[in-house]
Design a protein around this ligand. Structure first.
Ligand code: FES
Length: 313
């Protein structure tokens, strides 16, 4: 991993400003974020500045900080963290970022870097003779399954061999980089197996589906031959609950006797009895106490022993 610092002062321009088209775009981009969250536009604005000038200058970082009312150091942190931001002038036609993390290294990233050293320059970030190409080593770009790979601007070129990378570099140098298809450079789609699917290739025909309400006699026979599933079936036929643990059923005769006794019971004693005496706290004499009312003597009982005074025994 290379140290990411701003370019030397002698190559830094004094000022930066978006051109008219990018100014309109920047204002529209900032408006996408809720009030008070405009600083979230820092990455798109830095990327637009890079696309305008080819790299992120110190003046551009200061400009974006001012535009978003952010401390300069915060924008500098973002610009120096992501390797997608170029902090010094790079090749005008291609800056090749070779992934050098373990999966790509195990699959031949070192040979890809040798190609870059041979075709561009021995040192990373150094421009070729025409100033059109440059390269660097970067950390994992998230395409390990298609290692080894490189990033050129916003596109990834995967499943590379040294020979294929040479062809790609030649195409970009000739200004024909757009003719190269990004992604895997072998016969596969994304990260699918090379040459097409390698498993589950047999045609599996369902015995019966809801879309086929009238199965043929052959299919019906095949379906009938499928034994029922045993899932969730008890393993034996013993009673699932110990009978002694069950609530005993009330005998019918006892049940009828209970019902008769309930009918013969006099009405509620409350209805027949005299009004209840007034209780302290009741609003009306004879009325039942309010829910939560306290009845009886409210005087607290003494719970502490009387303090012994001088002279008392
Ligand atoms: S290690 Fe190279 S893309 Fe992840």
């Amino acid at each position: 991993m290379s140290v990411r610092r701003l370019a030397e002062d002698q190559v830094q321009p004094a000022i930066f400003a978006f051109n008219d088209e990018n100014s309109v775009w920047a204002e529209a981009t900032i408006r996408k974020y809720p009030a008070g969250r405009q600083q979230s536009a820092v990455i798109p604005l830095l990327m637009r500045a890079q696309e305008q000038d080819g790299w992120v200058t110190r003046a551009a970082i200061e400009f974006v900080a001012g535009k978003l009312d952010m401390p300069y150091i915060r924008v500098l942190e973002v610009a120096t963290f992501y390797t997608q931001f170029q902090l010094k002038p790079v090749g005008t036609r291609a800056h090749i970022q070779v992934c050098g993390t373990t999966p790509c290294m195990l699959r031949g990233a070192e040979d890809l870097m040798k190609v870059c050293q041979h075709k561009i320059h021995h040192d990373p970030f150094a421009l070729n003779a025409d100033g059109t190409l440059s390269w660097e080593e970067v950390e994992c770009q998230g395409a390990c399954v298609n290692a080894p790979m490189v990033i050129i601007f916003k596109d990834a070129y995967e499943d590379l061999t040294p020979e294929r990378l040479e062809e790609i570099i030649d195409a970009f140098e000739a200004g024909k980089g757009h003719e190269i298809k990004p992604g895997p450079q072998i016969d596969r789609i994304f990260s699918a197996p090379e040459g097409g699917p390698q498993t589950l290739n047999d045609e599996i025909k369902p015995v019966r589906t809801n879309l086929d309400p009238h199965p043929s006699a052959e299919e019906a026979a095949a379906a009938a031959s499928v034994p029922p599933a045993d899932a969730a079936r008890p393993k034996d036929t013993a009673a699932e609950t110990n009978p002694s643990l069950k609530t005993p059923a009330t005998a019918p005769a006892a049940s009828a006797a209970n019902a008769k006794a309930a009918e013969a019971q006099p009405l509620s004693a409350t209805a027949k009895s005299k009004p209840a005496p007034k209780t302290p706290g009741s609003a009306v004499e004879g009325a039942p106490p309010e829910p939560g009312a306290v009845s009886g003597d409210l005087k607290p009982k003494r719970t502490r022993r009387k303090t012994t005074t001088e002279g008392e025994s």
